[in-house]
Ligand binder design. Structure first.
Ligand SMILES: [Zn+2]
Ligand SMILES: [Zn+2]
Length: 249
């Protein structure tokens, strides 16, 4: 599996990075995981074709994770080069169908796609797309937020989305080859709905992850020694997500 970072920031404008999102590729399937502002335009910069996305997985409906979903549909309608006919599968939290209905109403036909959008609302569940097994578990962030675990053959990639510490995130990460974990805040900043180095260390001590990529850092978080604090308890590979970089399992 390949995971390419399209955005690694939070909701706060940041000169170095846009909001969250990434592309997972495995077995000829292309899955967009979250699409915050800036993610759509980052797709071609990373060498991918946005019209070829097979599925979109959304962790929650905060704007910094979902804003470019409407922009994606708008683009397919107004891009003279876009000839997309294949359906788009969307795995999203409970409530997304209503959100999508409202969004289409708000934009009065301009984002009504010419292809089918097949929505699967997910809580704690499983879904197969091609040869990829997708597991979702509820996270501690919004009422219906979810994290994703993708399994392709013997490889596992976990994407936390925004979350506080909870056992579900440990389960999603268990023995993963790659875990893309949010690290919104520095050590001194505690939150029940976001992670910091201390909480990430706690997850990693239980989950046995091979490689960790930290994402969703608020701008001020980068001023603190995030990695140094985590590696005191973790001996796998760990880096801060770099927009445009591809991670391989
Ligand atoms: Zn966020
Ligand atoms: Zn959020």
């Amino acid at each position: 599996m390949k995971y390419t970072v399209l955005g690694s920031g939070s909701c706060v404008p940041d000169p170095k990075k846009n909001s969250s999102g990434g592309l997972l590729e495995a077995g000829g399937v292309l899955i967009l995981v979250d699409c915050g502002p800036g993610v759509l335009h980052a797709i071609p910069r990373s060498g991918y074709d946005y019209t070829q996305i097979d599925a979109v997985c959304l962790t929650h409906l905060h704007l910094d994770h979902v804003n470019d979903f409407g922009a994606l549909l708008f683009a397919t309608n107004h891009d003279p080069e876009c000839k997309r006919e294949k359906e788009l599968v969307v795995l999203a939290p409970i409530g997304f169908s209503q959100f999508y209905k409202n969004l289409k109403q708000l934009y009065a036909g301009t984002i009504e796609p010419s292809f089918d959008v097949i929505i699967h609302e997910m809580g704690n569940g499983e879904f197969d797309y091609g040869d990829i097994q997708i597991q979702t578990l509820q996270t501690f962030h919004t009422d219906n937020s979810i994290g994703f675990r993708f399994t392709y053959h013997d490889k596992v990639v976990c994407i936390s989305g925004d979350t506080g510490y909870n056992e579900n995130i440990v389960t999603l990460c268990k023995n993963a080859d790659l875990a893309v974990l949010e690290c919104s805040f520095p050590q001194k900043q505690e939150s029940s709905i976001h992670l910091n180095p201390k909480l990430i260390s706690k997850i990693l001590s239980k989950a046995y992850v091979n490689e960790v990529v930290l994402t969703h850092l608020y701008p001020h978080t980068e001023d603190f020694p995030i990695i140094e604090l985590i590696v005191q308890d973790y001996d796998g590979e760990i880096t801060i997500a770099k927009v445009g970089k591809t991670y391989y399992t």
